[in-house]
Design a protein. Structure first.
Lengths: 325, 493
């Protein structure tokens, strides 16, 4: 089992290197530092001097991959690829356009993101599973039918409308919680209540429907028929056998999303004014701050690959067949 | 009037798509095993009602995909009697057939916001009243009359309600004969003439017992016509869904958004489809090093968060547009190029799922006897992949294309909000929502833009979801087994 995990971990490192190369190509080769400087300084009235100055300030004035002018190992280290791209593996992201240290920003902003994303994930999943369980238990009845109709209806509504509707109804009309903002400590509760509720409701439709199909697939299996044949009641069959077995694909499938919770949600955070990584990313995209976008791409990939690794591990834990492969 | 046809990139791809769909239909009609699942789709009432709605949206989208530039009238000073000049100047703005049809909507801008069906503006302004009936001329803070909305009414306070109701009733009255004609034409076109004139058939239709769910189709058509015809009549004299900040008719904006949504929903999957099919089959069938490389490739791409990859791609495009202004003679062409680019980038982020599915299925298929028989006969690998594997994977491709559609339409709105969606000058649901978001804070609230975008999107996405579900149920063998069990459970209960 450990050999399998080590193999997967090594594979993960190779994928990370691939991501690193793709982002490097996208941000420095396709889109040269000169282009960035021109976009930042205004396209029309820009002098070569201004571009050179902009590049020197940010350390973009070096060769991309190989520095002919330097000596020894500096031929490779004194390049944009080494300083801007490889350094990210040490979580050294450099500075944003406003001069702040990106690594510091990320380390402070990921907590508000997590404070929003974790409750949405946990509560949402609990509700989705409960709802799916209800539909699957009463399968082929009107409860099931209308449940699916409701799910399809809810997943046909854009997430933006849930946010806008929630803000209008709860904050503006009923004045229950503030429209947007954030505070630390227990004050955060009143700011987080609405975003969490909106996030949970927005995810129910697709989630519950998906889990329902997993439950139904499980209900059709042979061991369920065996359980019925030995005279167990439908409730016992369902909650002791089907639920437990169906939870395996559900939980292992959810593991991949856990590390990404740190990234937060782009739209919800910017609508509700929560100073997390999602709103940081949006601000960077809108200000065309390439250094920040590049760092977020890298962090996001690291977290996703971590999620894949955790999925592999959880599979080896719950499914013995993987261990012996 | 002379015009210069303009074929935008996405137009060309849409025509190509239409041709492909026509070819596909022709192919399916000739093959019994392909006809059977489509026949199952056709028997689903929900799917066929959804198809009626989808067809209406597609019609709007197609009308909006035929573009041209109208010729400008000859410059003042040239004499009318002279022969037409050789060099006709064409207008800079690119129009579509839909623009022509809706010209009464598009060319009646108000100054700013106005509520649906309103006769007066939304905010008070200083209005000058001329001297009348002994009152002296004066200036008042009042709601000014709209320039076009309800301009034919002499006394809006008194006549407005009656006029709107009367027009609405006229629309309903017009919709009914249209519906009857349409129903008869539709039934006649789809069934044999012998059936269409038999009373037995129509009685079965009334009871909902026909083989195709004709009753649902006709009810959906009736509802659609009852909605469209009165709105069409009303929109000749009012702004049925109000106007937005710069006074543009919201109904016009909503209808124009349909094409953007359809393009994003269809072209995105189709742009990357050849790659994902080819790579998926190659990885699954050839295995070994090829499999490793392809798996590595799509896992790497998949690891990059989708939104950020799209953001990076769009930033790259912005730089390209800024540095190559000559490649885009009109702003419509620029916006269109950005739309296409968005489709490509979205496709790059989303093709990996399909590729993985196809790889898994190809892995299973290659072990089956008929493939091994082909190998034993010495059929080339390329031919096995294209003749024996590919046709047996097409149902997965079809399900994936149909299921992705609604998600992509929803994604467009979110991306436009983030600032990496379509060009700001392009009318889309995303830009509409984005612009309307801040209007909720106004007093009194401007709700109609948001509500229109909501209703149009919901109708489109819901119809697409319902149709996609039916297609999946008909084509996915796993689901069909499950459905059989459901029916079994019901007979037991």
């Amino acid at each position: 089992m450990s050999a399998y995990i080590v193999r997967r971990a090594i594979y993960a490192v190779f994928i990370l290197i691939g991501v690193n190369l793709i982002t490097f190509a996208l941000f420095f080769k396709v889109n040269t530092p000169d282009d960035m400087a021109r976009l930042q300084l205004g396209v029309k009235y820009v002098t070569p001097g201004a571009i050179a100055k902009w590049k020197a300030e940010r350390g973009y004035d070096k060769p991309l991959l190989y520095n002919q002018a330097a000596t020894g190992r500096h031929k490779f280290t004194d390049t944009i690829y080494f300083e801007k791209s490889l350094e990210m593996f040490r979580f050294n992201f450099g500075r944003a356009d406003d001069g702040r240290d990106i690594a510091y920003e990320i380390s402070t902003r990921m907590w508000p993101s997590l404070a929003l994303a974790l409750p949405v994930f946990l509560v949402g999943m609990l509700l989705q599973i409960t709802f799916a369980l209800m539909m699957a238990f009463f399968r082929a009845t009107y409860i099931d039918f209308w449940g699916v109709v409701l799910c399809v209806l809810m997943m046909s509504i854009s997430g933006l409308f849930y946010i806008i509707g929630g803000q209008y109804l709860i904050s503006k009309l009923w004045n229950l919680v503030p429209i947007s903002g954030y505070a630390t400590g227990f004050d955060a509760l009143k700011f987080l209540a609405l975003p969490v509720a909106v996030g949970v409701i927005g995810g129910i439709g697709s989630g519950a429907r998906w889990y329902r199909t997993i439950f139904l697939e499980e209900v059709g299996k042979d061991y369920v028929r065996t359980a019925r044949a030995k005279g167990l009641s439908e409730v016992v069959v369902f909650f002791r056998h089907v639920l437990r077995n169906a939870l395996i694909p559900i939980l292992t499938g959810a593991v991949v999303a856990i590390p990404l919770l740190f990234m937060g949600s782009l739209v919800a955070e910017s609508f509700f004014g929560i100073p997390g990584l999602g709103s940081y990313t949006i601000e960077a995209i809108q200000a065309q701050d390439f250094a920040v976008v590049r760092s977020m791409v890298f962090i996001g990939s690291v977290l996703y690959i971590l999620g894949l690794l955790l999925t592999d591990i959880s599979y080896t834990l719950v499914d013995p067949r993987v261990r012996f492969e | 009037m002379p015009f210069l046809p303009v074929i935008l990139w996405t137009d060309a791809l849409i025509y190509l798509l239409l041709a492909a769909v026509a070819l596909f239909v022709w192919y399916v009609r000739r093959h019994e095993h392909l006809r059977a699942p489509w026949w199952r789709v056709a028997q689903s009432p929900a799917a066929m009602s959804a198809l009626v709605v989808l067809a209406a949206f597609v019609a709007v989208g197609l009308l909006d995909s035929v573009h041209f530039r109208l010729a400008l009238p000859p410059a003042a000073g040239t004499q009318a009697g002279r022969a037409a000049p050789v060099n006709v100047a064409y207008a800079v703005d690119v129009k579509s057939v839909l623009d022509l049809l809706l010209s009464s909507l598009a060319n009646r801008p108000e100054r700013t916001y106005s509520a649906p069906l309103a006769t007066h503006a939304y905010a008070k302004e200083t209005v000058a009243y001329p001297a009348k009936d002994g009152n002296p001329a004066r200036q008042l803070r009042d709601y000014p009359r709209l320039k076009y909305g309800g301009a034919h009414l002499r006394d809006p306070q008194r006549d407005w309600r009656a006029d709107v109701l009367l027009t609405g009733f006229r629309g309903v009255a017009l919709a009914l004969p249209l519906w009857l004609l349409g129903s008869i034409a539709l039934v006649a076109a789809c069934t044999s003439a012998q059936q269409a004139v038999s009373g037995e058939f129509w009685r079965a239709l009334w009871r909902g017992q026909t083989e195709l769910p004709w009753r649902s189709i006709l009810v959906a058509l009736a509802l659609l016509l009852l909605l469209v015809v009165p709105v069409a009549l009303l929109s000749a004299r009012y702004h049925v869904l109000g106007t937005d900040k710069v006074g543009l008719d919201v109904l016009y904006l909503s209808l124009k958004s349909v094409r953007t949504a359809l393009v994003i929903g269809t072209l995105t999957t189709l742009v990357m489809l050849p790659f994902s099919v080819l790579l998926g089959i190659m990885a699954g069938y050839l295995r070994g090093v090829v499999d490793d490389i392809i798996q590595y490739f799509y896992t790497t791409l998949n690891s990059i968060p989708g939104v950020l990859l799209i953001a990076a791609g769009v930033l790259v495009l912005q730089v390209y547009i800024e540095t190559h202004p000559d490649s885009f003679p009109t702003s419509a062409q620029r916006a269109d190029f950005r739309l296409l680019w968005l489709c490509i980038i979205l496709g790059i982020t989303s093709w990996t799922g399909l590729c993985r599915l196809l790889r898994g299925e190809a892995l299973k298929l290659r072990e089956l006897e008929y493939v091994q028989a082909a190998q034993a006969f010495g059929v080339s690998q390329w031919r096995i992949m294209s003749r024996h594997i590919l046709p047996n994977l097409m149902h997965i491709v079809l399900i994936s294309v149909v299921m992705d559609f609604s998600g992509l339409v929803l994604a467009e709105a979110v991306l436009s909000y983030v600032g990496v969606g379509v060009d700001p000058s392009m009318i889309s649901f995303g830009t509409m929502i984005n612009a309307a978001r801040l209007e909720m804070g106004r007093e009194p609230m401007v709700w109609w833009s948001l509500a229109s975008a909501f209703v149009f999107m919901l109708a489109l996405v819901l119809a697409a979801n319902l149709f996609a579900d039916a297609v999946r149920d008909a084509f996915d063998p796993r689901v069909r087994v499950g459905a059989g069990k459901l029916r079994f459970a019901r007979t037991q209960a």
